[in-house]
Design a protein around this ligand. Structure first.
Ligand SMILES: Nc1ncnc2c1ncn2[C@@H]1O[C@H](COP(=O)(O)OP(=O)(O)OP(=O)(O)O)[C@@H](O)[C@H]1O
Ligand SMILES: [Mg+2]
Length: 246
């Protein structure tokens, strides 16, 4: 079983959009894929049209009062399931802090899925906290969408330093540029600057209105704009991820 988390310290960089599009591509290729929405915003759950059935389900999963398996729901797409998030996921840090092995709790839960899924993808909320420590420990690969701007790169540098300080495995980190506007010099210059950095994929996702339409369609790009350039960019990124991470 392979496992990924889309993560960035910074918000609004394309984590959820990437989670949904890449999970859909994995599932379409026949890989049994599970998205675990750990963001109280529940945007990944929204894109797949799935809601928690149990009240405060996210909280109950983290408190171990319900079984993780029972929270898994089918999405409208073959091979693609989801553990949806609700607002109670906002309490993740407090709940994890109350547990033994508080930094490894999500790793233990993910390990219980071994043999049942080929790919697990966590949609992470922005920030850096105990929840994120859990996510960093739980997955094999941390995929970081970065908008090629100064502040975004600063948050990447902060993360690399955090991994060093906390003695976390920075080999797990892979980055790609997202929401790229190549008319902007800053964007092209930043991409150029990172070109030789092997932690960065060569594929990137441009800023394109089709991507935003995922909100209106409540669906992955591939289902309503298969022939768009945006869908092609996600397919290219998926190809590169497969080459690197499988
Ligand atoms: N490549 C893109 N082109 C245009 N719009 C995009 C692109 N990627 C994402 N968006 C839009 O930008 C917004 C933020 O994207 P998304 O929700 O994926 O970011 P996020 O990192 O998950 O945010 P958060 O930190 O709040 O969870 C959404 O409205 C989304 O539709
Ligand atoms: Mg998100």
């Amino acid at each position: 079983m392979n496992s990924f988390a889309f993560y960035n310290l910074k918000g609004g960089v394309g984590k959820t959009t990437s989670t949904i599009n890449l999970a859909f591509l994995a599932a379409k290729e026949g890989l049994k894929t599970l998205v675990w929405d750990l963001d109280p915003q529940g945007a990944a759950s929204f894109y797949l049209g799935v809601k928690s059935v149990v009240k405060n389900e996210s909280k109950k999963i983290l408190k171990d009062t319900i079984d993780l398996q029972s929270a898994i729901q089918a999405s409208p797409y073959e091979n693609l399931s989801i553990i949806p998030a609700d607002l109670s996921a906002r309490q993740a840090d407090i709940l994890l802090n109350e547990q033994k092995q508080s930094k490894k709790r999500i790793a233990t839960l993910i390990a219980s899925l071994r043999g049942k899924y080929d790919v697990v993808i966590i949609d992470s909320p922005p920030g850096i906290s105990l929840l994120h420590d859990n996510i960093f420990n739980a997955v094999k690969w941390i995929l970081i969408p970065n908008i090629p701007t100064t502040l975004s790169i600063r948050s990447y540098d902060t993360l690399i330093q955090y991994f060093k300080d906390e003695e976390l495995d920075k080999q797990k980190i892979r980055c790609f540029f997202s929401m790229v506007d190549s008319r902007k010099n800053l964007h092209s210059d930043t991409i150029h600057f990172f070109f030789k950095n092997t932690q960065f994929f060569k594929s990137y996702i441009p800023y394109l209105s089709e991507v935003e339409k995922m909100g209106v369609n409540e669906a992955p790009l591939e289902t309503f704009a298969k022939n768009s350039y945006a869908a092609q960019c996600y397919r290219d990124l998926w190809k590169e991820i497969k080459k690197c991470c499988f």
